[in-house]
Design a protein around this ligand. Structure first.
Ligand SMILES: Cc1cc2nc3c(=O)[nH]c(=O)nc-3n(C[C@H](O)[C@H](O)[C@H](O)COP(=O)(O)OP(=O)(O)OC[C@H]3O[C@@H](n4cnc5c(N)ncnc54)[C@H](O)[C@@H]3O)c2cc1C
Length: 386
């Protein structure tokens, strides 16, 4: 059986960054085990093929998960450090919508930098990981072979987009070692509608700039009406915080409703929204499309729903459409300064397998990369390496 100092399970975003860091900082014998024949398929598909790798504003408030764990990782490998790292590899990200850092050409730019920097690690592709057993050494079993390792880094990601190789093996391994897990659930995903809101389905393809309030969070971005329900960046981020119950949508966050009181135009024209939306909305709330300056007190109060429309989604578009999964290994069971299991020395969890999930906007790659850097640094510093 072949032995490695470190076996990284999964050659996705966090696994590749971990391998790259280990190569840079040590001469440890490292292997990456990956089910697909090519590495980082999710990274390749991300951001519409241009990978949104981080955000202008990065701090723990944009993540669901244990604050101290997230803050520490972001402190060790910040947005600035991430940008510097890829800049040194030749990447010149572009900022979109004043917030999001994207690759100028394609996600392949990020992948080639990571592959170049992790060169020297052994890439065991097309190996489906079946189990990890024991410790010192760990025995990793795939559908093709068995390997042993002094350290195992679980970087197998979340369970969404199975077509790209995703699985919940990371959580199974965690449970085998007695860890608590929060089951994976779809996040950064569209929300489906109760019959009361089916009028929105008629608006498929229409997009508005909206503000959503959910579980104490206020999120601003575009909302897109889709055939299945509501989607678009603001809804995807809201889905991270929505479990069940009501959300409130402000379809006109920049409008002062008082400014309409002297407006002679019809509501559907006076409201700064796509006319198709305004008409459907007025019909849904039972308000006649009349001149804005002719509304009585009751009608004005009804119109105010446009800035506080409460609705309870019926569910999500599901795991096949979710960009990430909420849930993962319980944060409390990882040492925040190392990403090492509190139960098993030498066993590490990084990226989406951990119960940390970011909003839409590059936060999930930031987490994948930051947690990988913390882990690799700790593996290198760990005196017990033989
Ligand atoms: C369509 C899409 C677009 C996205 N866009 C963005 C974006 O623009 N910005 C952003 O921040 N985030 C984005 N994300 C989320 C981001 O891709 C993930 O959060 C990130 O890739 C997680 O990194 P990871 O290393 O934890 O897991 P992954 O990158 O998913 O890597 C896990 C690896 O483990 C392998 N694996 C899993 N199970 C097994 C097994 N049993 N045997 C062998 N190998 C296995 C997988 O094949 C995969 O290669 C997007 C996700 C999707 C699906």
């Amino acid at each position: 059986m072949r032995h490695f100092d470190v076996i990284i399970l999964g050659a996705g975003a966090s696994g590749l960054m971990c391998a790259a860091q280990l190569r840079e900082k040590s001469s440890l014998k490292v292997a990456l085990i990956e089910g697909n024949m090519k590495p980082a398929l999710k990274l390749k598909a991300s951001g519409g093929g241009k990978c949104n790798l981080t955000n202008v504003e990065v701090n723990a408030s944009h993540f669901l998960g244990k604050e101290s764990l997230v803050s520490h990782a972001l402190g060790v490998f910040s947005k600035e450090a991430l940008l510097r790292y890829f800049h040194n590899g030749g990447l010149r990200p572009v900022i979109r919508k004043e917030r999001y850092y994207f690759c100028p050409k394609s996600s392949d730019e990020v992948i080639s930098i990571l592959l170049e920097k992790s060169r020297g690690s052994e890439m065991l592709m097309g190996h489906n990981i079946v189990s990890v057993e024991g410790n010192s050494p760990f025995i990793v079993t795939t559908d093709k072979a068995k390997f042993s390792a002094s350290h195992v880094v679980v970087a197998t990601g979340g369970a969404s987009y199975k077509a790209l190789g995703a699985s919940d093996i990371g959580l199974k391994i965690a449970q085998e070692y007695g860890h608590s897990i929060i089951p994976f659930a779809p996040a950064l995903v569209g929300l489906t509608l109760q019959p009361k809101e089916f009028w929105m389905k008629e608006l498929s393809g229409v997009s508005v700039k909206a503000r959503i309030m959910v579980a104490g969070k206020i999120l601003d971005e575009d909302l897109l009406f889709a055939h299945k329900g509501i989607s678009g960046p603001v809804v995807l981020s809201a889905s991270l915080y929505w479990h069940r119950g009501e959300i409130s949508i402000n379809f006109c966050p920049d409008l002062d409703l008082k400014s309409l009181e002297n407006e002679k135009k019809l509501l559907s024209t006076g409201l700064p929204l796509p006319k198709r939306f305004s008409k459907a909305f007025l019909e849904a709330i039972g308000l006649e499309d009349k001149p804005c300056n002719r509304l009585n007190v009751d009608e004005r109060s009804k119109l105010s729903l446009i800035q506080n429309y409460k609705m309870a989604p019926s569910g999500t578009f599901g795991l096949t459409k979710a960009e990430v999964c909420r849930g993962g290994l319980a944060c409390e069971e990882l040492e925040p300064h190392t990403m090492q299991s509190t139960k098993v020395k030498g066993l590490y969890f990084i990226g989406e397998t951990v119960d940390v999930t970011g909003e839409l906007g590059g936060y999930n790659f930031q987490w994948a990369f930051s947690s990988a850097v913390v882990c690799a640094t700790s593996v290198v510093n760990n005196n017990s390496i033989k």
